[in-house]
Design a protein around this ligand. Structure first.
Ligand SMILES: C[S@@+](CC[C@H](N)C(=O)[O-])C[C@H]1O[C@@H](n2cnc3c(N)ncnc32)[C@H](O)[C@@H]1O
Length: 359
């Protein structure tokens, strides 16, 4: 898929130089320097030539970026905070035939309009298509082997692939894939920010874009995000993520694949935005409800519901209605409540325009 050979990965000593550290000092970040691992992450992200835009956050030295390009992505925008990685990323961009754009900045603060603009600026169809570098694999040659594909069918498939490859970015109906191996302290706040933006259809989550996210977390956090009802690791984040996305544990990585080796293992979660979210509009009410019930997660649903009714008496009729409709066993724990049930309460509170206490 790669039109030109990408430059070799800088050896680890160069990486140390990039970070301005001597070999015996500790890195402040944990990198993946095994291409098999980054290829597997790109595979789980389902990268294909049909995607309109791939956004990678925190590419560092760019090994996952290479895997994304190798998987055939037509437009990749990377957002990196640390300017010391710029030369390495620029080298990669130059070899990518206008498929890679670089934005330097903090993803938590970046206006998504810059990402979409950088994506649209990449890789536009040349006026004379015959002079374009073939960026997709050449058609299989003539062959008499009975197992070879029908040449007419192959030609049609190649033509379709060529069309897919040059398709311009659609402003309102794009397939966008987000990937990132970020420091663990940044991954969760960024996920919450993205979920809130997704609920409000803002930024890259706007219009009718189909969005998937393939993100690395500390293993326990990842297990929490995908935890179904009654799972001991179920949390506020499980409820918020599952209200908007179909989530799947994609890939568990032992700490040994990172350089330097961190103290904890990691895991990649794949999120596919649901066509119909379980809560319409803002996630605020659902976040408040989940926070309230998970703040005292060892207490029963009955205890937490009474606690809420006591702290905000105006909410009591709504809670009574919710309990009656759900046929609640009040001895259940917060972790046993399904995402749909928490969403039902959030919708009722939203309709009644009632706020719940933040305790
Ligand atoms: C753990 S390293 C991973 C690098 C690379 N993706 C890998 O897997 O080897 C995290 C990278 O994210 C970058 N980063 C951290 N916070 C960021 C933020 N808020 N916005 C953009 N990049 C960030 C760091 O500079 C670093 O390059």
């Amino acid at each position: 898929m790669i039109p030109r050979k990408l430059p070799p990965l800088p050896p680890i000593r160069d990486l140390i130089r990039v970070y301005g550290l001597s070999a015996d000092q500790k890195f402040s970040q944990n990198f993946i320097l095994d291409k098999n691992v980054t290829d597997t992450i790109a595979h789980h992200a389902k990268i294909s030539v049909k995607d309109d835009l791939v956004v990678e956050v925190g590419p560092g030295p760019g090994l996952l970026t290479r895997s994304i390009l190798d998987a055939g992505a037509r437009r990749v925008v990377v957002v990196e905070k640390d300017p010391r990685f710029l030369p390495t990323l620029q080298q990669l961009a130059e070899a990518s035939d206008h498929r890679l754009g670089i934005l330097m900045g903090d993803m938590l603060k970046l206006d998504h309009a810059h990402i979409l603009k950088a994506g649209s600026a990449l890789h536009s169809r040349p006026t004379d298509i015959s002079s374009a570098q073939p960026s997709i694999p050449a058609a299989a040659g003539n062959s008499n082997n009975a197992n070879d594909p029908d040449p007419n069918l192959q030609r049609e498939q190649d033509q379709q692939q060529e069309e897919d490859f040059w398709r311009p970015m659609d402003d309102c109906n794009s397939t966008i894939r987000l990937l990132g191996n970020l420091p663990f302290g940044v991954a969760s706040p960024l996920l919450i920010q993205w979920l809130k933006m997704m609920a409000l259809r803002q930024g890259i989550f706007g219009a009718d874009n189909r969005v998937s996210m393939t993100l690395m977390f500390q293993k326990e956090v990842a297990e929490g995000i995908v935890a179904p009802p009654s799972h001991p690791q179920r949390s506020r984040l499980s409820v918020m993520a599952q209200a908007l996305c179909n989530v799947k544990m994609a890939y568990k990585l032992p700490s040994g694949v990172f350089v330097p080796k961190p103290k904890v293992d990691a895991a990649v979660v794949h999120f596919e935005k649901k066509a119909e979210p379980l809560v319409p509009g803002s996630l605020e009410k659902l976040e408040d409800v989940a926070r309230f019930y998970f703040n005292k997660r060892r207490k029963t649903v009955g205890h937490n519901t009474n606690r809420m009714a006591k702290a905000a008496p105006e909410v009591k009729p709504i809670l009574d209605e919710w309990v009656a409709e759900g046929g609640w066993d009040m001895n259940l724990r917060s972790q046993d409540v399904s995402t749909e049930q928490f969403c039902a309460l959030a919708r009722k509170l939203d309709r009644a325009q009632l706020k719940i206490p933040l305790t």
